[in-house]
Design a protein around this ligand. Structure first.
Ligand code: NAI
Ligand code: ISE
Length: 344
């Protein structure tokens, strides 16, 4: 069976996913695309030589009977409306992060999905598919470093544009750590507090950069996460788990070690595209395969999207108050019960 995708949003990651589904993965085909910028949709069809219908908008794409699954790669604030409409139409959805920009929006998606009586949605939290994070999780679960006590993490980008604001550091960037760190230690967040260090001169007026987030979990683990989106030197993702008996660290992205001109060096990447390329491939292949196998996607769920959004809302509040803010989750519905998914 071929899973026929309709893509909403043919920007940077939309094209990346179109390319991987068309040229790298198996079992999927792009049959429809749309973008508010119709020229972008047209160019995408041409560039990747797709045999795909260009729809005027997401509603028309969702109504296309040839579309089995909707790939949502539009801007974050547009996700909710598309996902709810696709779920109401009984279509599968792969939605890039964030599932919706607010917890209330994610909750509406959860309600729509439960009404359909089966899981339809997977959220693009690809780090759960990254081999480094999977190894880290296994080390923790095998008790090789004892009980985890602290996590030190960093998410650094080279530069951020003018539209990237202080809240974007949470909603666009930290959201990956929000998802992956509690998954790593199988715990939930209790509180979050934000500290603003001295601001880099490379950030514009409406962006506080860097920022330091401190989370406490229900189990008492303290995690600090640095978000620094104008770090200049490269794209850098760090994560170190300190346990009672030892420390486990996310592996560096493999790169050739050079000895040239009296220097020992390795390259640092400049983009998420390359850093998580394998993880993106595996997450979308898993989406295709699990639907073929069981009729439901088995990756990060709408409920995971909701947890991330509740936490993200608390982080944005903490940015404004400077106080320690509670992260208050509603009870997990039985529909989403079961182990937090681990993919390997
Ligand atoms: N998992 C990951 O590592 C990454 C996830 N993302 C997420 O993917 C999404 C897209 O990001 P980018 O591709 O970087 O942005 P982008 O700006 O390059 O592309 C977004 C595209 O969506 C279109 N669009 C916006 N609203 C629309 C609507 N209502 N209907 C149809 N088209 C619409 C825009 O015209 C644009 O072409 C964001 O939610 C972002 O957070 C982006 C990069 C990496
Ligand atoms: O999702 C992503 C981007 O949208 C975001 O802007 C980057 O900070 C992240 O590293 C990347 O994974």
């Amino acid at each position: 069976m071929t899973l026929r995708f309709g893509v909403v949003g043919t920007g940077a990651i939309g094209r990346e996913h179109i390319n991987r589904i068309t040229n790298k993965l198996s079992g999927g085909k792009i049959v429809a695309v749309t973008d508010v910028n119709q020229e972008s949709a047209k160019q995408t069809v041409e560039t990747y030589q797709l045999d795909a219908v260009i729809h005027p908008d997401d509603k028309s794409l969702i109504a296309d009977e040839n579309v089995d699954a909707v790939l949502v790669t539009s801007w974050g604030p547009a996700h909710e409306a598309t996902v709810v409409a696709a779920v109401d139409a009984g279509k599968y959805v792969f939605c890039e992060k964030p599932l919706a920009t607010t917890a209330a929006g994610c909750r509406r998606i959860v309600e729509a999905e439960m009404k359909q009586g089966k899981k339809l949605v997977q959220v693009g939290f690809m780090r759960r598919y990254d081999s480094g994070y999977i190894q880290l999780k296994q080390v923790i679960e095998n008790n090789e470093i004892g009980e985890p006590l602290m996590i030190h993490a960093a998410h650094r980008n080279q530069a951020a544009g003018e539209n990237y604001l202080t809240e974007s550091a949470v909603q666009d960037t930290l959201i990956h750590e929000i998802d992956v760190l509690h998954w790593l230690v199988n715990d939930d967040y209790k509180t979050v507090q934000v500290t603003f260090p001295r601001k880099t001169r490379n950030a514009h007026d409406k962006l506080q950069d860097p920022q330091l987030f401190t989370f406490e979990t229900n189990g008492g683990i303290v995690m600090n996460v640095e978000v620094f989106v104008n770090c200049k030197y490269g794209y850098d993702i760090q994560c170190e788990v300190v346990g009672e008996e030892g420390i486990a660290k996310l592996p560096e992205f493999p790169s050739v070690v050079m000895r040239v001109n009296e220097q020992l060096s390795t390259n640092i990447l400049n983009d998420w595209k390359y850093r998580f390329m394998d993880a993106y491939n595996v997450e979308i292949q898993d989406f295709i395969d699990s639907i073929a196998r069981s009729g439901e996607p088995q990756g990060p769920t709408s409920w995971d999207g909701y947890i991330a959004a509740v936490t993200s809302d608390a982080c944005v509040k903490a940015q404004k108050t400077g106080e320690k803010e509670p992260v208050t989750l509603q009870e997990r519905p039985a529909f989403y019960s079961g182990e937090i998914l681990q993919n390997n």
